[in-house]
Design a protein around this ligand. Structure first.
Ligand code: GLC
Length: 578
């Protein structure tokens, strides 16, 4: 059977079982909710390199974030997750850490960090830091020592294998950033494992000393008063045997045991939010990691939608099925609601921009960005706004010369080496490359979008900053930014969006994602047209009236006849039903 047909049959089958299952869920018990500050919080991801540069070196920094706290406060978010700011050679832009307990000079220093935490707390904004515990940089003193000799005390901090007599490499595992997952080390005549770039050697969590170092690192930052931790690809800490397939990365039961013990030793002593980026965890096993009974982490990033809209290779974009998209959110809800807590994201620093991917960044830029805000902020799970999405920042017209991301660069080189013409692979790479989301935040229409006073920002500024920028949008009452602010207020004022049950309406509709949220006698209907076409949607509620609309992304009136809504391209609205 062809892959597409199989996928759509599967989606229909799942959708009917999901529709039945979802009607069975009952409201979460609210008795112990108050102690968990994060359940009704709204998060905002700050990609530090590109947020705000206070020193004029072309790279964002901690003081830069502090300068923008009032902006974040006015937006209405409760906490920010700051991407890694530790010393790093930046092969993977900070996700290759060379010293876990310090601040890279390009971002400031420990005092700046402490000051930021203090000021943010004073303004009522909480801070999450990012812990990259599955690997370090190859410039970490641990690795430099480890690779020097087999009997070095740090050697066992990493994952080593001897060459096999026949092929050299211990097995055929491939890294996620192109090429083999093994790199040869002359001094010890061994290979070390790297799941990402070769400058990111994997840590050996089997070694209790490694686990202790990492637990101490978490404690170090928590003692500075941070309010939570985002754990980078944390399920990769437990590795399969080298005779097994790399499909098992992220799927080893030990991952949970390691996290439970980290939690018991350190995390559980603080009133914090923890969120794991957990490859291999899905709606069927998530409650083992984040269920209220589980004792590992508090929440998990739900990133499965990121594998939609391509043919299995992330740089080969295709159309995506909205029914499959719905299926992902619904399955996670069915798997976790009432048992644990999730998150909601539409993009992040590793993805193309949400409005370019799920919306339309040209003709319907504004309505589609607002539609996505309506959707994201009415979902179950802690929502995360990725920096710049609140002003509708789009993918950037980058060229190969502009690329800074190691994943893009490695993939480019690999394709060229394989003799594949640019015309075949480059458009997909440009459309889905991670640099799209990493271009500097667009604050105003001055040089470099007001991000830096340097001549050049570290990554090219998207030329559309002349029109898409914070200053413009603050002035315009109909801007995407002001819509976000309004939608945040709608979520905050109505606990149903945080705690309520969720039920999809007309599941098989390929254009419209409509669902209800209900909690303690209040019920809301959210209708989002995900396509750039006009479409008719039957809500099944004959007496539906426009009098009870809480938010709507078009200025023209909603067109309802006997419960059917004639939706404009990317039109979205929320009704209060009871
Ligand atoms: C995570 C990060 C990504 C990084 C990778 C390796 O997926 O979000 O930016 O490249 O881990 O650390």
């Amino acid at each position: 059977m062809n892959k597409k047909l199989f996928k759509s049959l599967l989606a229909v089958l799942l959708s009917s079982s999901i529709a039945n299952a979802s009607s069975l869920t009952t409201e979460v018990n609210s008795s112990n909710l108050k102690s968990n500050w994060w359940q009704n919080a709204i998060g905002y991801e700050v990609y530090i390199r590109s947020f705000s540069d206070s020193t004029g070196n072309g790279i964002g920094d901690l003081r830069g974030i502090e300068d923008k706290l009032d902006y974040l406060k006015a937006l209405g978010v409760d906490f920010i997750w700051i991407t890694p700011f530790y010393p790093s050679p930046d092969v993977d832009m900070g996700y290759d850490v060379s010293d876990y307990k310090n601040v890279d000079v390009k971002y400031g220093n420990l005092k700046d960090f402490e000051h930021l935490v203090q000021t943010a707390h004073h303004k009522g904004i909480k801070i999450l830091v990012d812990m990259v515990f599955s690997h370090t940089s190859d410039q970490s003193p641990w690795f430099i020592a480890a690779k020097s000799a087999k009997n070095n005390p740090y050697h066992d901090y990493y994952v080593w294998e001897s060459p096999t007599s026949t092929v050299g490499m211990p097995n055929n595992w491939q890294s996620w950033f192109s090429g083999p997952a093994w790199e040869y080390n002359q001094a010890t005549n061994e290979y070390y494992l790297h799941i990402f770039a070769k400058q990111q050697p994997a840590l050996n969590w089997k070694n209790p000393k490694v686990r202790e170092e990492l637990a101490n690192t978490a404690k170090f930052w928590l003692d500075k008063g941070v309010d939570g931790i985002r754990f980078d690809v944390i399920t990769l800490n437990a590795l399969p045997d080298i005779k097994q397939s790399s499909d098992l990365w992220g799927r080893m039961p030990l991952a949970r045991t390691y996290l439970e013990s980290l939690n018991q030793q350190v995390l559980s002593k603080y009133n914090i939010l923890t969120v794991g980026e957990m490859p291999g965890v899905d709606e069927r096993n998530a409650d083992q990691f984040v269920g209220s009974e589980s004792g590992a982490l508090k929440t998990v990033f739900q990133l499965d939608i990121m594998s939609l809209g391509n043919d299995g290779n992330k740089f080969h974009p295709t159309d995506y099925s909205l029914v499959e998209f719905k299926g992902i959110f619904q399955r996670w809800y069915d798997g976790l609601y009432g048992k644990g807590w999730s998150s909601a994201v539409l993009d992040n620093h590793d993805q193309a921009r949400a409005v370019s991917r799920w919306g339309n960044d040209k003709q319907y830029w504004q309505p589609s960005a607002k539609m996505l805000a309506t959707f994201l902020l009415s979902q179950w799970g802690v929502p995360y706004i990725y920096q710049g999405d609140e002003i509708g920042m789009t993918n950037a017209p980058l060229t190969v010369q502009d690329f800074k991301d190691v994943e893009e660069i490695n993939y480019y080189n690999e394709q060229i080496k394989a003799g594949i013409p640019e015309s075949v692979f480059l458009p997909g790479l440009i459309a889905r490359g991670r640099d799209n989301a990493r271009t500097p935040m667009q604050w105003n229409n001055s040089k470099n979008a007001g991000f830096t006073t340097a001549d050049h920002a570290w990554l090219k500024v998207n030329p559309n900053y002349q029109t898409i920028n914070v200053a413009n949008e603050e002035k315009d009452p109909h801007s995407i930014l002001n819509y976000y602010k309004q939608m945040i207020k709608v979520r905050k004022a109505n606990p149903a969006f945080t705690y309520g049950t969720m039920q999809i309406i007309n599941y098989n509709d390929e254009n419209v994602y409509a669902f209800t949220r209900e909690y303690q006698g209040k019920k809301f209907l959210i209708v989002c047209n995900f396509r750039g076409i006009q479409t008719n949607f039957d809500t099944g509620i004959p007496n539906l009236t426009k009098d009870k609309i809480l938010i709507h992304n078009y200025s023209e009136k909603v067109n309802i006849v006997n419960g059917s809504i004639n939706l404009k391209p990317f039109e979205a609205m929320i009704f209060q039903l009871k």
